[in-house]
Design a protein around this ligand. Structure first.
Ligand code: SF4
Length: 126
């Protein structure tokens, strides 16, 4: 490879790298939903939270305070006691480290409380 070809290749590499950076930066600006878990708090009005009165929530027995659920309903599953079942250790839950709320695949587009529970709880596999 002569000097001219080397410069041409380097220039193309820079263009490619800057394109990737531009896409990355523009993605960051448009992916606010992905950043929402960090901001998902009880007072954040930009985030939609699951309400216990939602139809799906009612059918699943969703309760924001898992400890308020009767032990006969929040029964032991496998080796996990009912009292140890929360959204935070459910396989359907994802959240940023330290966030009070997170996403549940059963409630697309909304956030559930980490300390909540519903009948579909299933132990998260590590
Ligand atoms: S499926 Fe799991 S994460 Fe979703 S509401 Fe029920 S217990 Fe919480």
């Amino acid at each position: 490879m002569n000097r001219r070809e080397l410069l041409k290749t380097s220039a193309l590499g820079l263009v490619g790298a800057s394109s990737v950076l531009a896409v990355s930066c523009s993605k960051k600006e448009t992916t606010t939903a992905d950043e929402a878990p960090k901001a998902a708090t009880e007072t954040n009005t930009d985030v939609t939270y699951v309400s216990e009165s939602d139809n799906v929530a009612q059918s699943l027995g969703y309760k924001e305070d898992a400890s308020s659920v009767d032990a006969s309903v929040r029964a032991d599953k496998g080796e996990t006691k009912g009292s140890e079942q929360f959204c935070t250790n459910c396989r359907f839950y994802t959240a940023e480290e330290g966030a009070d709320y997170g996403k549940c695949t059963l409630f697309p587009g909304k956030y559930v409380k980490g300390q909540a529970w519903c009948k579909s709880w299933s132990l998260k596999q590590s």
